[in-house]
Design a protein around this ligand. Structure first.
Ligand code: FMN
Length: 339
């Protein structure tokens, strides 16, 4: 196995080792005001939506995880099956490996083969040559593209990149591809200053990928001989990142540490048009099987429809629930909101 494929397999294993469904995160600092008289009825059809022209059964999706190794091929096949059957959008893991190892294409394409009509995102790093990205999008028949920003992960990774002058590269990719682009973080949070810079450069969709769930600094640290533990706590939490991003854009995706249907609902209440779920679904899949994950996704939809009714909401596009916060989150937000 190549060094890159080995790393993909290590990520799969280490993300499971560190996964903790009970761990508290910033969603717990967000509270929603519930009307005693909501005047609603539970209706699953209210969850239906569409994104980039594709119909979807729910506003949450399977976020970018894997591809580029044998084990990740099995995972992508299963996730593709679930995305297709449940009509969820799905993002593949970074396909930048294909510029060096073209024979790994199938480890990504299996997800498209399982779900020929669904909304599928390809995913690359900002340093992938623009013409290769164009090729990747075509080969995977991707409807849209995620480009991930993962500076904290690279710094923690012994073999990681050390040059983060990425904006021009991002623009080159944007000029080369003709599908919509989402700029995402990978669990350390997109800050408002970077969002503004990216908007000025013409990008419009942002996945804040906040801290509170999968922590790649921690994962890369565990692969190092001498650890840099202070890197583990540098992330901007998902709730704080969402609060800061919300005034800047309505093309907002909330993700990072989503553990259940209530977190999805809070993500929508914080301004997310869509909510991304990564390791929570992967962990469930690896503990069970694809059919069980499909049923779990269906159960999340039932629960989300219940939450919409409970909180008096009838329009998924405009979730408007009064939100209040624990003092720590409020305090952080007050300090940063003028940025
Ligand atoms: C095993 C694994 C591999 C991942 N690989 C990628 C990747 O290749 N590209 C990317 O943009 N994000 C990647 N991510 C990050 C997720 O898309 C997401 O931003 C992050 O895990 C936070 O969400 P979570 O807390 O729901 O896991 C990966 C996550 C996991 C668990």
């Amino acid at each position: 196995m190549s060094q890159r494929s080995t790393r993909k397999e290590e990520h799969l294993a280490l993300t499971q080792m560190f996964f903790n469904a009970e761990k508290s995160n910033s969603f717990d600092q967000v509270h929603l005001l519930r009307p005693a008289l909501p005047e609603t009825a539970v209706d699953r059809s209210l969850l239906q939506t569409n994104w980039f022209g594709k119909p979807l059964s729910a506003p949450f999706f399977i976020n970018a995880m894997t591809g580029g190794s044998e084990k990740s091929k099995q995972v992508n096949k299963a996730l593709g099956y679930v995305a297709g059957k449940a009509k969820l959008a799905m993002a593949l893991g970074s396909a930048s490996i294909l510029t060096k190892e073209a024979d790994q294409l199938d480890s990504f394409y299996v997800a498209r083969a399982e779900n020929p009509d669904g909304l599928l995102f390809a995913n690359v790093n900002p340093l992938t040559p623009a013409d290769s990205v164009k090729e990747i999008v075509k080969e995977l028949a991707a409807d849209a593209l995620q480009i991930h920003l993962n500076v904290a992960q690279e710094i923690a990774m012994p073999e990681g990149d050390r040059d983060f002058r990425w904006l021009e590269r991002l623009k080159e990719i944007r000029d080369a591809v003709d599908v919509p682009i989402v700029i995402k973080e990978v669990g350390s949070g997109l800050d408002p200053i970077s969002i503004r810079q990216l908007q000025a450069a013409g990008f419009d969709w942002f996945d804040i990928g906040g801290a509170g769930g999968t922590n790649f600094s921690q994962i890369e640290n565990s692969r190092r001989s001498s650890q840099l533990p202070y890197l583990n706590d540098l992330g901007l939490s998902t709730a704080l990142a969402a609060l800061l991003a919300r005034p800047l854009t309505d093309k907002l995706i909330v993700s990072g540490g989503v553990r259940n249907a209530l977190d999805v609902f809070k993500g929508l209440a914080l301004g997310g048009k869509f909510v991304g779920v990564a390791n929570c679904f992967l962990h469930f899949l690896l503990q069970h099987d694809q059919e069980a994950l499909y049923l779990e996704v269906e159960s999340w939809k039932d629960q989300l429809a219940g939450l919409l009714a409970l909180y008096g909401q009838t329009d998924l596009e405009h979730v408007q629930v009064p939100v209040y916060f624990d003092s720590e989150l409020k305090n952080y937000y007050e300090q940063l909101k003028q940025l």
